[in-house]
Structures are given as C-alpha cells and as structure tokens.
Design a protein around this ligand. Structure first.
Ligand code: NAD
Length: 291
C-alpha cells in the first residue's frame, strides 16, 4: 500500500512556486499578489486565512488580508470586492466562506471578476471547466488531480466513483476525471445521498473519491482489492484525549480500507494540505494572465 502524502506534495509545489517567484524577482518584475477577504471572527475561517497568508509569505507572494467586522453590510462587502476587481496590483483574491447569514454568498461570489476568481467558484469559471477551457479549477479538486498525476496513478479507462455531488468537491471532481486530460479519461460514476446500493457501485471502482462528510463511512467491505482511495472528508469528532478536544476524521475507515487499497490518502495529511498549494498555483496563473 502506498500512502499518498499530501503534506510532502504540497511542500514540493510551494517550493516550485517559490522558485518561479525568485526568478520573477531576479528579473525585477513585481511579484504575484493575492488578497483575502475575511468577514467576522469565525475561528476556523481565521485559521484557514492565516494559513493562506503564511503560505503567500513562504513562496514570496505579496498578500493583503482585508478583515471586516461581522456586521459589515452586503453593500459594503460588494464595494470592497469591486475595489479589488479594479485594483491592478491584485492578481487574484478570495472571499473566505462561510459569510455571516445576512450576506448572500452567491451574490458575493458572482461579483468577483472571473479573471481574479482564484477559488474558481464564479459561474464563468465553472462553465469554462465544463467546456474544457482553461480556467481556475477550485483548490480541492485541483489538489486531488495533482496528487493523482504526481503519484502516476493510472486513470485512463478506469472506473472512478465519486461520492458526493457538492459544487466545491464532488461535481467538479466528476467533470475533471471524465475530461480528456492528464489524470482524466476515466469512466465516472457520481453517487450522492439518494444513490441506492452504493456498496455494489463502490466495489466496482478502481478509484473511489469520498467527499460526503460522514466520518469513516467507506469501509473495507465497500471497496475492491487494490483500489485507489482518495479521502476528502474532514470532520471534527469530539476527543477528550486531545488538547483541542477533538480530532479530525475522514470519510474513510482508514484502518480497514488501507489493508485493501493500492494507494490511499490519510486524514489529516492527504487532500487537505493540497488546497492552499493549489490556490497559490491559481494565483500564479492569474499573475501571468495579468502581466
Ligand atoms: P456537502 O455537505 O456540500 O456535500 C456532501 C455530499 O455528500 C452531498 O452531495 C450528498 O448528496 C452526499 N452524501 C451525503 N450522505 C451520503 C450518503 N449516505 N451516501 C452517498 N452520498 C452522500 O459537502 P462538501 O462540501 O462536498 O464536503 C464533503 C467533505 O469534504 C466534508 O467533510 C468537508 O469538510 C470536506 N472537505 C474537505 C476539503 C479539503 O480540503 N480536504 C475541502 C472541502 C470539503
């Protein structure tokens, strides 16, 4: 069994980006600049945004963190986004989700200029993805494609079962893997909460991508020998033995499934660490387009 190491792979990608940035600096050009907008004081969001800012520093990007109070109105936030859209020094930016309840997420995401939408959530970018056009691929699916590629996992003609149809993971994953591309050309089944007899379907899969958010849902009985298992799930499960009072658990019963799998991503340390690296990669793409 080969453990797919997302920490090591993401560190390598960040080093590659840092090397590109140092070449940019040597040529005395301006460096890529990523901005992040954070509304309110949600603990998890603050942690994620903090990690993104630190990652920018690591690779040599400029970064701007715009912190707005919880009671920021939708109009104020829209104005902030328009200012970022029009600022030529900012190559790409993200608005950290979730937003407070009084703000319409979709309205906000639709206002981000597609060429700066490095999260890849704007309908223009999602549409481009479905049409096989160059776009910003959202960070989690992009990270999974990168892991499959870098671990040389054969996908062409293979049967991939994606569990979950969310807009940020399952749906784009199913599109990417069916495309004529590296780590693509697969035959894809997308399963969801209404799927009947799921185990019979997952047992036929050469690759299972579990993105449903139910801890240890996928068990050894549900997968065939030598399957490749990608675990996207991140759930905080109460655990008094931990300092934080919880531990992070994936959607796969790692203990049993890892004995059957040819490759498997651990949680934590698999898909999760890839997302920030892929966000930086998207911002580098935005920078090159913005030159
Ligand atoms: P979501 O809640 O938006 O979607 C869950 C999907 O699972 C739905 O499409 C639903 O139909 C499906 N589902 C639910 N119960 C099911 C069942 N019993 N059988 C089959 N399908 C079922 O979740 P999401 O945003 O896609 O996230 C999924 C998981 O991935 C969560 O644990 C989330 O925290 C995690 N996640 C991780 C990363 C990362 O960077 N690793 C990024 C995004 C999400």
């Amino acid at each position: 069994m080969i453990l797919i190491d997302g920490r090591q792979t993401s560190a390598k990608i960040k080093e590659e980006i840092a090397a590109t940035v140092s070449q940019i600096k040597q040529q005395n050009q301006r460096v890529p600049h990523l901005a992040a907008v954070l509304v309110g004081m949600d603990g998890a969001s603050m942690t994620y945004v903090g990690a993104k800012v630190r990652a920018c520093e690591f690779v040599g990007f400029d970064s701007t963190l715009i912190e707005l109070p919880e009671d920021t109105s939708e109009r104020e936030l829209l104005n902030q986004i328009k200012a970022l859209n029009n600022n030529p020094d900012i190559d790409g930016f993200i608005v950290q989700l979730p937003l407070p309840n009084h703000i319409d997420d979709q309205k906000i995401l639709m206002t981000i200029a597609p060429h700066k939408d490095v999260d890849g959530f704007h309908p223009v970018n999602v549409g481009r993805l479905t049409l096989d056009l160059p776009t910003f691929i959202s960070a989690t699916p992009y990270g999974i494609m990168e892991l499959l590629e870098r671990y040389d996992i054969p996908t062409s003609g293979k049967h991939v079962v994606v569990i979950g149809r969310s807009h940020i993971v399952g749906r784009p994953m199913s599109i990417l893997m069916s495309q004529k591309r590296k780590a693509g050309n697969a035959t894809v089944t997308i399963a969801h909460s209404r799927t009947e007899n799921l185990a019979a379907i997952t047992k036929q899969a050469d690759i299972v991508i579990a993105a449903l958010g139910i801890p240890e849902f996928l068990t050894a009985e549900m997968v065939k020998e030598n399957a490749v298992i990608i675990d996207v799930g991140i759930t905080r499960v109460p655990d008094t033995s931990k300092k934080k009072g919880y531990r992070i658990v994936g959607d796969v019963d790692f203990q049993s499934v890892s004995k059957k799998a040819s490759h498997i991503t651990p949680v934590p340390g698999g898909v999760g660490p890839m997302t920030i690296a892929m966000l930086l990669k998207n911002n580098l793409l935005a920078y090159h387009r913005n030159l």
